[in-house]
Ligand binder design. Structure first.
Ligand code: NAD
Length: 344
C-alpha cells in the first residue's frame, strides 16, 4: 500500500518513513524542507533506502500541488504531519501559522474528499488543544507538579480550549479532520500528542524540549561555565514518548481502521514515562557527570503545569501501549545528539 507522509522529512515523518520503507511499503514524502534538519533527514532516508521512493518538494499551503500529489498517487494512507510546530513562532506570525496548520490541513482533506475518498487520513494534533489546564488541582512537590484528581492521566473528554495561535490552528485542523469523517464519511483518525523525542529530532530552543536539553547537557560537558535558560520553574510535567513507540501508533491505528476511524486519541508515554524538566536534568547529570546550570525565565504563555495522557482508549481500540522507558529513551537521545552535534 502507498503511504503519503506530509512533513515526511521532519522528526516524526522520517521515523515513520524509515519504518515503512524497511517493511517494503511504497512511500511518498511531501515536505518543503523548511525545518532545520529536514534536508539531513532526507539524505539519511536516501542512504538507508535508496531511491526507490518518491519525494515531492512542495508547500502544504499550495492547494494545487497537494491535490496533484493525491490524484497522482491515490495513497492508501496519508499521515498528515507537515506543520508549523512552534508556539513561539505562532505568536510572532499567526497568519503563517494558520495558513500552514489550518489551511494546509484543509488542502489535504479536500484533496482526499474530491479525488481519493478511500484514503485513510491520520492527523498529528497536540495536547495544546486542551489549553493551559489552569482549572485543574495541582500539588507542588520538590521536583514536579502533580495532578491531584487524575492519577492515570487525562483522557479525551477534556474540554477543548485552544490557547496561543498554535493551539488554535492545530485545534482547527484537529476538528476538521474529525468532522470530515462525520460529514463526508472519510476514514480519519486524530492523535493528540504529548511531547515526543528520539533520533532525527533536530530540536531547537522553541520546539523539542527533550532533544534541546540533551544538547545543553552535552554543551555543559564541553564548557563547564556555560548556563542555559528555562521557562518557568522546571516543575512542569509531560509524558514523553519515544519515536519507536510513536510510529507503531500510526501502524496499529491503520491496521484497526474499522475501530479507529472517526476517533480521537490522546497519545503519550503515560504516567510511567512522565517527566518534569528538573527530573530530566537529574537524569542528564547522571548520564554526563556534569551539573546542569540554568537560569529561569518567565513562564511561557499557556504552558500546562502537567499534561500526562491517559492512553487507555488507544490500548482498548488497537492494542497500543508505549514500550520504551524514559530511562532507556533519554540515554539513546543523548547518544544520538552526541553523534550528530558533537561528531563523536
Ligand atoms: N514533536 C512533538 O513533540 C509533537 C507534539 C505534538 C504535535 N506534534 C505535531 O506532529 C507533527 C510533526 O511534528 P515533528 O515533531 O515531526 O515536527 P518537524 O518540524 O520535525 O516536522 C515537520 C515537517 O513539516 C515540514 N513543513 C513545515 N512547514 C511546511 C509547509 N508549509 N509545507 C510542507 N512541509 C512543511 C518541515 O520541513 C518538517 O520537515 C506536527 O504537525 C506537530 O504539530 C508534534
Amino acid at each position: 500500500m502507498t503511504w503519503l507522509i506530509t512533513g515526511g522529512c521532519g522528526f516524526i515523518g522520517s521515523n515513520l518513513a524509515d519504518l515503512l520503507m524497511g517493511q517494503g511499503e511504497q512511500v511518498v514524502l511531501l515536505d518543503n524542507l523548511s525545518r532545520v534538519g529536514s534536508q539531513d533527514n532526507l539524505l539519511w532516508l536516501r542512504e538507508r533506502h535508496g531511491i526507490d521512493w518518491s519525494f515531492v518538494q512542495a508547500d502544504i499551503r499550495d492547494a494545487g500541488i497537494v491535490e496533484k500529489t493525491v490524484r497522482q498517487f491515490k495513497p492508501k494512507v496519508i499521515a498528515h504531519l507537515a506543520g508549523q510546530v512552534a508556539m513561539t513562532t505562532s505568536i510572532q506570525n499567526p497568519r503563517m501559522d494558520f495558513e500552514i496548520n489550518g489551511m494546509g490541513t484543509l488542502n489535504v482533506l479536500e484533496s482526499v474528499r474530491l479525488h481519493s475518498p478511500n484514503t485513510i487520513v491520520l492527523y498529528s494534533s497536540t495536547n495544546k488543544v486542551y489549553g493551559s489546564l489552569e482549572e485543574m488541582n495541582y500539588r507542588e512537590a520538590d521536583l514536579r507538579y502533580e495532578l491531584i484528581d487524575h492519577p492515570n492521566g487525562l483522557n479525551e473528554s477534556l474540554q477543548l480550549d485552544g490557547h496561543s495561535p498554535y493551539g488554535c490552528s492545530k485545534l482547527t485542523g484537529d476538528q476538521y479532520v474529525r468532522d470530515y469523517s462525520r460529514m463526508f464519511e472519510l476514514r480519519t483518525v486524530v492523535f493528540r500528542h504529548s511531547s515526543m523525542y528520539g533520533g532525527r529530532q533536530f530540536a531547537t530552543y522553541d520546539q523539542g524540549w527533550i532533544g534541546w536539553f540533551c544538547q545543553k547537557a552535552l554543551e555543559m560537558q564541553d564548557s563547564k561555565s556555560l548556563t542555559f535558560t528555562i521557562s518557568g520553574n522546571g516543575k512542569q510535567v509531560r509524558d514523553v514518548l519515544h519515536a519507536r513507540d510513536l510510529v507503531q501508533v500510526y501502524r496499529q491505528a491503520v491496521a484497526h481502521i474499522e475501530t479507529s476511524s472517526g476517533q480521537i486519541y490522546n497519545i503519550g508515554g503515560g504516567m510511567e514515562n512522565s517527566l518534569s524538566l528538573l527530573e530530566l536534568f537529574k537524569m542528564l547529570e547522571v548520564i554526563t557527570g556534569f551539573p546542569m546550570r540554568f537560569e529561569r525565565l518567565d513562564w511561557r504563555h499557556g504552558d500546562q503545569k502537567v499534561f500526562v495522557a491517559d492512553v487507555k482508549k488507544a490500548r482498548n481500540d488497537f492494542g497500543w501501549m508505549p514500550g520504551v522507558s524514559k530511562q532507556d529513551g533519554i540515554r539513546e537521545m543523548v547518544e544520538w545528539s552526541r553523534e550528530i552535534f558533537h561528531g563523536n
